[in-house]
Design a protein around this ligand. Structure first.
Ligand SMILES: *Cc1c(COP(=O)(O)O)cnc(C)c1O
Length: 419
């Protein structure tokens, strides 16, 4: 089913997911609870595919944004493939039924166990250093088989995004510079990496990319490496994987953000006539706006700075504000006139446990419910058990019906691995 790409909206004063009041959705599970619209995730994935259809792009999904199995099963039905960054994510992708030939494996620190799994399953490995390339050769030779790889290129471009989200500058830990990539491909062409098949180049220059021109500049660097490989006789080098990074409007953007179609339009002239298989691997744009974290007000306080609300969730369940100073909208489940700004904090014994410094909210009392918006990406995947707090359940809505996709952890669960 094709849902709205923005599934959360008020109807008769109630904040709804796909038309059903969120208060009803979480009535059985209690709070806090993550709620995702799977139909919206699928529609958002399709929207990127549609925007890039003129360029013939394959749209993979970056599993790290939200790796719940129900999310992976739903996106696995429409995605061209998955991008994973660990053996754990690979295990999830396979459990969700993804064809391993359509899984790519990125990450700067893969272990021998992880490289072995990748080789056995026939993934595409995105190699991030000369030493990793030689480990991959050794692992594939040890298993007596061949494996496809792409070189992750560090294009040496600083994207104008939050400093924590930059991954493509020449100081970043990711990938190899274009010049070094040329040397590695020459070694491959000379037969020194006999178990490895070079199929292309990869990059991921950062998240929340504000300007399509940054993506284009980096893509030009990658195209240069592709040409180098082909001129060395590596004729299978066709894959141009431009990573993820489409920006989501968290409500703090001064102007309209570029949409996937704007990125596609900016890339079109650069790609015209080039024989490439274009691949993307967005995460945040697909799942972020399709999820919320529903929480309950526990207490109200007054500080010299004004009104404060204490929720039953915080940085342990939703780390982005503490980790990246990210700003998220907080909306009441029952609409009411604004009572001005409130500081919204969680129960964790850390001053960084603040979800919002300034949330515009109505008068709220203990027991009232709020939704932390755009929490479908980098939410539950970053949750921890700090302060021995159980992690919340994940509820998914599909075809208008909600179900528990992952149950709430219990206090007993927290001790299950200890003797
Ligand atoms: C995180 C990541 C992505 C997805 O980034 P978004 O900003 O969520 O789109 C894609 N590719 C790689 C290699 C990543 O590490």
């Amino acid at each position: 089913m094709r849902g709205s790409i923005l599934p959360f909206a008020y109807s008769d004063g109630a904040l709804c997911v796909d038309g059903t009041p969120l208060a009803e959705t979480v009535a059985g599970s209690g709070t806090p609870a993550y709620v995702y619209s799977l139909d919206a995730m699928v529609s958002r994935h399709q929207a990127i595919s549609d925007a890039y259809a003129p360029l013939g792009a394959q749209v993979y999904y970056s599993v790290k944004a939200n790796s719940n199995l129900s999310v992976l099963r739903a996106l696995g039905r429409v995605a061209a493939g998955f991008d994973v960054v660990s053996g754990g994510e690979l295990t999830r992708a396979l459990a969700a039924g993804m064809d391993p030939a359509r899984i790519s494996f990125a990450g700067v620190g893969k272990t021998d166990d992880e490289l072995g799994l990748a080789v056995k399953h026939g993934l595409i490995v995105h190699v991030e250093s000369a030493e990793e390339l030689h480990r991959l050769q050794a692992v594939a030779a040890g298993l007596g088989t061949r494996v496809r790889f792409g070189l992750r290129i560090n294009p040496g471009i600083t994207v104008d995004t939050l400093v924590h989200m930059q991954t493509g500058s020449d100081r970043a830990k990711f990938g190899v510079p274009a010049a070094e990539a040329g040397e590695l491909l020459a070694r491959s062409a000379a037969g020194h990496l006999p178990n490895l098949d070079p199929v292309g180049v990869h990059m991921h220059v950062g998240s929340q990319i504000p300007n399509p021109a940054d993506m284009v500049a980096a893509a030009e660097v990658l195209l240069g490496v592709l040409e180098t490989g082909r001129s060395l006789g590596l004729s299978r080098m066709r894959r141009l994987d431009l990573g993820g990074g489409f920006p989501v409007d968290y409500g703090d953007s001064p102007g309209p953000l570029p949409q996937p179609a704007d990125f596609a339009a900016a890339l079109a002239p650069v790609l015209a006539g080039r024989e490439v298989e274009l691949v993307l691997e967005p995460g945040r744009w697909i799942t972020g706006p399709a999820g919320v974290l529903v929480a309950r007000v526990l207490f109200r306080k007054q500080t010299p700075a004004g009104r404060m609300l204490v929720l039953d969730t915080g940085m342990h369940h939703f780390a982005r504000p503490a980790l990246y100073q990210a700003i998220h909208r907080i909306l009441p489940l029952r609409a009411a006139p604004s009572a001005g700004f409130a500081e919204v904090v969680g129960p964790i014994c850390e001053s960084t446990d603040r979800i919002s410094a300034r949330a515009d909210l109505p008068e709220l009392a203990p027991g009232d419910l709020v939704a932390i918006m755009d929490a479908g990406a980098y939410g539950m995947v970053l949750a921890s058990n700090y302060n021995s707090q159980p992690r919340p359940p994940e509820l998914v809505v599909e075809g208008g019906r909600a179900r528990v996709a992952r149950r709430r952890e219990t206090w007993q669960d927290l001790m299950a691995l200890e003797d």
